[in-house]
Design a protein around this ligand. Structure first.
Ligand SMILES: [Zn+2]
Ligand SMILES: [Zn+2]
Length: 819
């Protein structure tokens, strides 16, 4: 750490400004390169780990394209930029599927059909200038013009510019279903925001390149009034300037922030918003602010342009730092010449946010090592006892890192380089947001894992090699992405050299390897601060795999989970238990071939009928996915023979005479599943009743079947819950003798509340119950959770806010969004 530099820079905050010191803003004379790490012996044996391949490998139809072609979203979708489309692979931790393979649902975002022309002036004027430059007598003008793909996206004599340059996932909670949005940048510079709202198609919500171009046109290509008057488009330099100021290089989303909106009655309302920073070729950065949920053009609240003055900018990332409930943010920008700095971002509308007083230079040398990728991870420094930000940047074959700590004296910056990682330049870098572990990859199939180890003042990295050739054979690698909780690494591969010869064909594939053991995943789930199964799909998928293989839940996990349930009672642990039981049930399904051709979700069990609103195509596609996966699982099993199957003889299906114990076992698990589902239902019923109590007045009717819920909760004598009793007592007082029953919309008869899943009137009309509000869904259009284990009604305009909020809740059984 001797080489780490230190610098202090003042902060712009609301209080009195801390003293500023001018001792070189980070980066500096020491050169910052750590002693060659390759000279040092590898990490200790205890530190080694093995990666394991996960089936299936996903074949891509087209060659990958662009920079960092792989990205893994917080809601577990992997995007792959290719020459024709963005392939999106959604990882589903399917509790209804007995196959051991990953269950992957594929969709794709097609590239637009028309090429994108940046707006640099009126149509007539642009056509005239283009003609003039193409036929110019000056070869420096005509050749530069003809060969520039931004000016000539259609190509004519040149090959077409198709496919995608870069994609970026928003945080979870941004689209209308509370999931992630995808910002997509095409090779010909069209930046759009895409959403997948119906599980099938992606729709373009907005074309930001077009809107930005219009804005520039309206302001005569000047960012501020003080700027010199507009130049002449016929001037080649001006023609180039107008293109460069709107050619996106990359874009990144911020975290979700809260803004306050003043309503007509002067009441303030908190509104979620998110920022998208777009870095342009000339160094300008547009910061778009969107109101959430983002639905389209009308969700744009503002767009401000920052002039960074950075030459040849190559990459950007948000710096977000939280300290004593104060949030700081800025934009980290890297240049193809080497420097890295953080720029202040002033956002007046965003409450509780502060930014830097001035840019902070993290690396200032113009050493011609291009910054290829930047990541920033918030961490807690155990020795300095404060939160800090770890910034890592891939520069050539090195990793440059920076640790930022804020103390009373200002901002402390420590930085250095990690060398000896790769012999070829880094092509892709990804970071585990939970613990700051960084993965880098060069094109020769070598991945390095870098683990930050805190020292007294800053940190150092221990690193080790993951040779993908040990798992996949000889491969070339084009991109990597780590899953949100660090359980898996996705890798784009093509065939590598065999006997010194390059392969004839290139088959692009996305492959998956595990980065954690089952025990590590289980421990992380038990100690989770997130307490949401859906957000940890990668971890629970590892657990699923283990249980399907072993056909039992490991003792230590069962015991630890029971302890958690006893000590905390949090519904998260109950949902975790439900998940384990459901997988255990799947693992004991009779034979794979029987399970194979059955619909993967048993309608009788989850009481789902096909609704005309949902359409069948979707159903078929999803079935297709799981069927294919199971089939591969089957092949896998028959190839391997049976050696690893019979772990517990009494539980192995299909053995002579083993039938009955097996069926009993299944019934027993089913009984347990129902018990846990009932517990979770009651807990959610209590929550709903709590809301009813808070938000309704005695005489006001409520559309929630309140009396039915109360009676349902009290009907089981074995269920004795003090909170439930007290709550029901309070509600009964409020309701007095009123009952607020629901009525069947077909015959107007009363719908009794006897079943948590459905309501049947005296004339036999059957309606499903919404799992979020327990109202009967009297239309055939409803929403489902991702695993199809519950349904919910759509919010109606007349619903009060508190019911709308209840309807936004995730599935009470699996935490997945309902849509
Ligand atoms: Zn009826
Ligand atoms: Zn669910």
């Amino acid at each position: 750490m001797s080489s780490a530099d230190k610098a202090r820079v003042g902060l712009a905050a609301d209080g009195p400004a801390p003293p500023e010191e001018e001792e070189g803003e980070g980066g500096g004379e020491a050169g910052g390169k750590e002693p060659a790490a390759d000279a040092a012996p590898g990490p200790s044996a205890a530190f080694r780990f093995l990666v394991t391949r996960r089936e299936p490998a996903v074949k891509l139809q087209y060659a990958v394209s662009g920079l960092e072609p792989l990205a893994w979203s917080e809601d577990h979708r992997v995007s792959v930029s290719t020459a024709r489309s963005i392939a999106v692979l959604e990882l589903i931790c399917d509790v209804h599927n007995p196959g051991q393979d990953l269950v992957i649902h594929r969709t794709s975002v097609p590239a637009p059909l028309n090429s994108c022309l940046l707006k640099v002036g009126s149509k007539a004027e642009v056509a005239e200038c283009k003609e003039k430059f193409a036929t110019s007598k000056d070869p420096t003008v005509s050749q530069t013009f003809m060969l520039d793909r931004v000016f000539n996206p259609e190509g004519k004599a040149l090959p077409p510019m198709r496919g995608f340059k870069y994609t970026s996932w928003s945080p979870m909670g941004c689209d209308a279903n509370g999931r992630c949005l995808l910002a997509a940048l095409t090779m010909d510079n069209r930046l759009t925001i895409q959403a997948n709202l119906n599980r099938l198609q992606w729709v373009q919500l907005v074309d930001l390149t077009e809107i930005y171009g219009e804005r520039l046109y309206e302001t005569s290509y000047r960012l501020s009034k003080n700027e010199a008057p507009e130049g002449n488009l016929g001037d080649f330099a001006e023609f180039q300037r107008r293109h460069s100021m709107q050619t996106p290089v990359r874009m990144e989303w911020s975290g979700i922030c809260t803004t306050q909106q003043v309503k007509h009655n002067n009441e303030c309302r908190d509104v979620g918003s998110v920022l998208l920073a777009v870095l342009f070729e000339n160094g300008d950065i547009a910061v778009w602010q969107f109101q959430l949920p983002f639905v389209g053009k009308e969700s744009i609240s503002s767009c401000n342009t920052i002039e960074s003055g950075i030459n040849s900018p190559s990459v950007l990332f948000w710096w977000e730092y939280e300290h004593n409930n104060r949030k700081m943010s800025g934009l980290i920008v890297g240049s193809a010449f080497g420097p890295v700095k953080i720029l202040p971002v002033n956002l007046k509308a965003v409450k509780g946010y502060f930014t830097l007083r001035q840019p902070v230079v993290l690396w200032k040398e113009m050493d011609q090592l291009p910054v290829h990728s930047i990541k920033c991870v918030p961490l807690y420094h155990p020795y300095q006892k404060c939160s800090c930000s770890l910034v890592v940047a891939a520069r050539g074959s090195y990793v440059f890192w920076c640790l930022l700590l804020i103390s009373k004296a200002g901002l402390n910056v420590h930085n250095s380089h990690v060398t000896g990682l790769h012999s070829l330049p880094i092509v892709s870098m990804t970071a585990d947001k939970q613990n700051g572990t960084v993965y880098t990859c060069s094109s020769d199939g070598k991945v390095r894992q870098l683990i930050p180890i805190f020292t007294d003042v800053a940190l150092k990295f221990e690193h080790q090699l993951i040779k993908l050739s040990d798992v996949f054979g000889s491969v070339r690698t084009h991109g990597i992405a780590v899953s949100p909780c660090g359980a898996y690494l996705a890798v784009i591969t093509t065939e590598g050299m065999v006997n010194g010869l390059h392969p004839v064909n290139k088959n692009y594939q996305v492959q998956f390897v595990t980065l954690k053991t089952f025990e590590e995943a289980a421990a992380q789930l038990l100690e989770s601060s997130v307490q949401n199964l859906f957000k940890q799909v990668d971890l629970i998928d590892l657990v699923r795999w283990k249980i399907l293989k072993d056909k039992h839940i490991p003792q230590f996990l069962q015991e630890a989970l029971e302890k958690k349930i006893e000590s905390s009672g949090a519904t998260y642990f109950w949902r975790f238990k439900l998940f384990l039981l459901r997988i255990l049930y799947q693992s004991m399904q009779k034979t794979p071939s029987e399970a194979l051709w059955k619909p993967s979700h048993e309608d009788s069990k989850i009481l789902l009928v096909d609704s005309p609103g949902m359409g069948n195509a979707e159903e078929e596609q999803e079935e297709g996915t799981s069927r294919q996966a199971s089939r591969q699982g089957l092949q896998e099993r028959s190839r391997e023979g049976d050696p690893e199957d019979p772990i517990d003889d009494s539980l192995t299906p299909g053995d002579a005479g083993g039938r009955e114990p097996m069926e009993e076992k299944l019934l027993e698990i089913q009984g347990k599943i129902e018990g846990v589902e009932m517990h979770l239902t009651r807990e959610h019923m209590k929550r709903v009743l709590g809301e009813v109590y808070l938000h309704t007045w005695i005489t006001e009717n409520t559309s929630i079947p309140t009396r039915g819920l109360c009676n349902f909760l009290m009907s089981d004598e074995e269920y004795d819950d003090r909170t439930a009793r007290v709550l029901i007592g309070h509600i009964s007082k409020k309701m007095n003798k009123q009952t607020f029953p629901e009525h069947c919309s077909l015959c107007k008869e009363i719908l009794p509340f006897t079943d948590r899943k459905q309501a049947v009137c005296s004339n036999g009309h059957i309606w499903l119950r919404c799992f979020l509000t327990y109202q009967s869904c009297q239309s055939l259009i409803y929403r489902r959770c991702l695993l199809h284990d519950s349904i919910a009604r759509h919010p109606a305009p007349e619903d009060p806010d508190w019911i709308k909020r209840l309807l936004q809740s995730p599935c009470p059984f699996c935490d997945s969004p309902v849509f």
